[in-house]
Design a protein around this ligand. Sequence first.
Ligand code: SAT
Ligand code: MN
Length: 609
Amino acid sequence: MNVNDIKHAGLKQWVLEYAELTTPDAIVIADGSSSQYDELIDITVNSGVATRLNPAKKPGCVLFLSDPSDVARVEKRTYISSVKEEDAGPTNNWMDPTELKKEMTDLYRGCMKGRTLYVIPFSMGPIGSDIAKIGVELTDSAYVVTNMMIMTRVGTKVLDILGTDGYFVPCYHSVGKPLAEGETDEGKWPCAPMEHKYISHFPETREIWSYGSGYGGNALLGKKCLALRIATVLARDEGWLAEHMLILKITSPEGKSRFLTGAFPSACGKTNLAMLIPTVPGWKVETVGDDIAWMKYGSDGQLYAINPEAGFFGVAPGTSEDSNKNALVSASSNTIFTNVALTEDNDVWWEGIGYDAPGKLIDWNGNEWVQDKTDKKQKPAAHPNARFTAPASQCPSIASEWEDPKGVPISAILFGGRRPHTIPLVHQSNDWSHGVFLGSIVGSEVTAAALDVKAGTIRRDPFAMLPFCGYNMGDYFQHWLDVGHAAPDQEKLPKIFYVNWFRKTDEGKWLWPGFGENSRVLKWVFERCEGTAKFVETPIGIMPTPDAIDRPSGVSEEDMKELLRVDIDGWLEEVEDIRSNHYPKFGDHLPQELATFLDSLEADLRAAK
Ligand code: SAT
Ligand code: MN
């Protein structure tokens, strides 16, 4: 189909206006067909920006190597451009929308010269579901189109739902690298220099304008931009929750199933947890989503969640048979790899894949690379934020309900992050509002998922939403409290837990093995929902008794005591940091209810000392 076949007059006019500004050579509509997907992959392979992998080992797979300036989200260049600066809040970058639009319009002018403008109609959530939202992304990147075809539901079926006047979120994108007459990419990943990269959100008009980056959440605009930043604004106005959460289904040996969601910062193991293979005999975990959850009350008063995505954009390094076999199987065919290393027989390899590099590799910079295990400073062959883009339908652990348009009923919500000290393996909030307090104080060691924050340091990342909240985060805390207060039935609200798989000894050894063993903690969470788990009340919340969680091999009784200890002094330091450095940022947008929880936590800790 071509532009003139678009029946939606507003959409057609918007596409033509953008084409007039950006001056592409051609306009192509993404129809969602597999033949078009194959054609687009051919284009990227023929232009040298992608390599087709060995069909005997990775059928239907390709590898892209990006530019070193374009390997992760760029938080410095991400803007919430609300009319008032105060509405973007203290945790977002802000620019006046008129100014920002002017600056970006200048960048967009002529930026698609020598390229094709692709129109991607996409649905976040099952097509036609009441909870789903439609967006249309205009891009000049075939990489973006093919990734969007895996990550979202794309094509003419979305245009059919839109009809002649349906609502869509407009999403502009360009890699920002126009081509001169006769110029090609010469096998190089196209993008613009850092100072020209912008990932902008206009919450009042619900628009997304992205320029200069072709990577991940900067460019696949359905994901962080629409399904989180813009969706948080919609959720606030409409009374629901748009969250950076995995969704999983857990089934007991007796055959009873419950669904949980879990918020963890980027690259903290959400994908591994969502696809976990339990070590506890008789228990089963299945996957509904690995990154984003949209939650709304159903007519029965229960909170239901859908996964708005259709694929996984997972971190490759560290993914192995041991850590996440289901992810490896999901990404064994029809998958797009980005910034992993290439083997001599055109397979992929990355650090932590579970075996040594098989011979000479091409690293993510495109250079020859030979593993030298004696060289502790050797640069990795795969970028730490290298990714696989794989269809969710290929996941062996995918739950049968994963595309249910009404969503799945949520029994529990987990919050977590990477915390080597202080935070115990698991504790539970006393109620919903106290759970909102726990979500508001989440901190985590920074990972490689964002380019411009220093990996390894601890930063507060409330609800794992620090880079993803589309409005003032203090108001977002209040929205969470309001959603709890508005529950049709308080008894049916999910229980809220704070987990930490990342505790270390003073010598830097992991105290908890993680991965499949995390099922032991999920079992306790499940049993808390059933009302059968052993627990104690502590100053920080409800915790398992030391014998309530079976110890995995390698974890001594002493280790378990340490994992479940309330570290009074550590927590008092935590309180002090929240009081001095975290909460004051929100000024009078900080809900009084949360300040009160901090006061009573401090008083309870001091009383227990
Ligand atoms: O934002 S991305 O989609 O690139 C990945 C992440 O940070 O979770
Ligand atoms: Mn994420």
